[in-house]
Ligand binder design. Structure first.
Ligand code: NAP
Length: 323
C-alpha cells in the first residue's frame, strides 16, 4: 500500500509516499481502508520531533481518519464494509492515518453515522474531541454559564463556540473583524475584535462579574489578563501557547478560587475519547459540525499538507489516500 512516511523526526519535505506492506490487524484490531485523513498542527509537531512520542520506523504520519472496515479481528466487534472513524493514531507508538490502510485498535474506532461526509467529518474530529473534553470534562460547563472563547474563528475556536452554544452557555468570543458574522452564526452572542487594545474592557462590559470559563484557543493571550477577566470559581483553560509568562498575579488566583487547567488531547484516555466520540456522533447524526476545509489533497501531496499547516494556512487540510 502507499503511505506518507518519515524515517525519524524531520521537516515536512522529509515526508515520502512509500510502498509498505498492508498492516495486519490483531484479534481486537480493525484494518481500515482510509478515505480521508486530516493534517493537524500536532501532526507537524510529532513529525518534527518537537512533541516527543515513540515512533515506529518508518512512521506513517497523521492522527485522524475516516474510512471503511476492510478486515476485522474476531474480537473487534466490527464488520467488513462498515464506515468508521478514528482520531487517536500516530501517537505513543501507534502508526498514523495517512495511508491507504491503517490498523486501528477497536477501542479507538467509532462508527460513522449514515450520511456523514468523510471530508468534513475528518476535518472536525480532532478539534471537536478537544473542545468536547475541554468544555465538559475539564471546565465542567453548565447551561446558563458564560464563556470567553478567544480565536473563535479558528479550527478549535469555531468548534468550541458551537459546542458551548449547544450546551446552553452564553458565548463571548474574539475573532478578527472579518470573521465576526461567521462566529456569530456559530452561536456566539458577542464577538469582539481580538486586535482591540481595549479587549479586556469589552469582555468586562459583556460579563461584569467575570466569565465562568476563559479559553483563549489561540494561545496568544496573556494568562494575567485571563485571571482578571474570569469570575470567582472560574476556570481558565490552556490548550495552546509556547511562550513563558511570568507576570501572573497569584493573589486573585487563590483568593477567588480560580482554576487554571492545562489540557492536551494526546493524553486523553480511551474512555475520554469514547465520551467525546458520543458527542461527535450525536452532532454528525443531527445538526452536524460546521468546519472550514480549505484544501483537499491527494496522498502524494501529504508533505505539502504539512507545509500548509506550518505556514499558518487558515482552515483545515484534508488528505485523500483514496485518490
Ligand atoms: N491542547 C490540545 O489538545 C490541542 C488540540 C488541538 C489544537 N491545539 C493547539 O491549539 C492552537 C490553535 O489551533 P487551531 O487549529 O484552532 O489554530 P487556528 O485555526 O490557526 O486558530 C487560531 C485562531 O486564533 C486567532 N488569533 C490570532 N491571533 C490571536 C490573538 N492575539 N488573540 C486571539 N485570537 C487570535 C486566529 O485568527 P487569524 O486567522 O485572524 O490569525 C485564528 O482564528 C494550536 O497551537 C494547536 O496546536 C491544541
Amino acid at each position: 500500500m502507499r503511505a506518507a512516511c518519515v524515517h525519524g523526526p524531520g521537516a515536512a519535505d522529509d515526508i515520502r509516499v512509500e510502498s509498505i506492506p498492508v498492516p495486519v490487524p490483531g484479534p481486537t484490531d480493525v484494518l481500515v481502508q482510509v478515505h480521508a485523513a486530516a493534517v493537524n498542527q500536532v501532526d507537524t509537531y510529532v513529525r518534527a520531533g518537537s512533541y516527543v512520542t515513540p515512533m515506529p520506523t518508518p512512521f506513517v504520519v497523521g492522527r485522524d481518519l475516516v474510512g471503511t472496515v476492510a478486515a476485522a479481528g474476531p474480537g473487534s466487534g466490527f464488520g467488513i464494509g462498515e464506515p468508521v472513524w478514528c482520531n487517536s493514531l500516530g501517537h505513543d507508538g501507534r502508526q498514523g492515518s495517512c495511508a491507504e490502510y491503517a490498523v486501528v485498535p477497536a477501542e479507538r474506532l467509532y462508527r460513522l453515522p449514515a450520511g456523514a461526509d468523510p471530508v468534513t467529518t475528518v476535518a472536525a474530529l480532532h478539534t471537536a474531541a478537544t473542545a468536547s473534553l475541554a468544555l465538559h470534562r475539564d471546565a465542567e460547563v453548565r447551561a446558563g454559564q458564560s464563556i470567553f472563547i478567544g480565536g473563535a474563528a479558528g479550527n478549535i475556536g469555531a468548534i468550541a463556540v458551537q459546542l458551548a452554544h449547544e450546551a446552553g452557555l452564553r458565548v463571548i468570543a474574539s475573532a478578527r473583524r472579518d470573521d465576526r458574522d461567521a462566529v456569530r452564526d456559530l452561536g456566539a452572542e458577542t464577538v469582539l475584535d481580538y486586535g482591540d487594545p481595549d479587549l479586556g474592557e469589552r469582555v468586562r462590559d459583556a460579563a461584569p462579574a467575570g466569565v465562568d470559563v476563559f479559553w483563549d484557543t489561540s494561545g496568544k493571550g496573556r494568562l494575567a489578563d485571563a485571571v482578571q477577566l474570569v469570575a470567582t470559581r472560574g476556570r481558565i483553560v490552556v490548550t495552546a501557547g509556547r511562550r513563558r509568562q511570568d507576570d501572573v498575579d497569584l493573589w486573585p488566583l487563590y483568593t477567588r478560587d480560580i482554576r487554571v487547567i492545562g489540557f492536551v488531547i494526546s493524553l486523553a484516555s480511551v474512555s475520554d475519547l469514547a465520551a467525546a466520540a458520543g458527542t461527535i456522533n450525536r452532532r454528525l447524526a443531527g445538526p452536524g459540525l460546521a468546519v472550514r476545509v480549505t484544501h483537499e489533497l491527494p496522498l502524494a501531496e501529504a508533505a505539502r499538507g504539512h507545509e500548509l499547516v506550518e505556514a499558518g494556512t487558515r482552515g483545515r487540510i484534508v488528505i485523500r489516500p483514496d485518490r
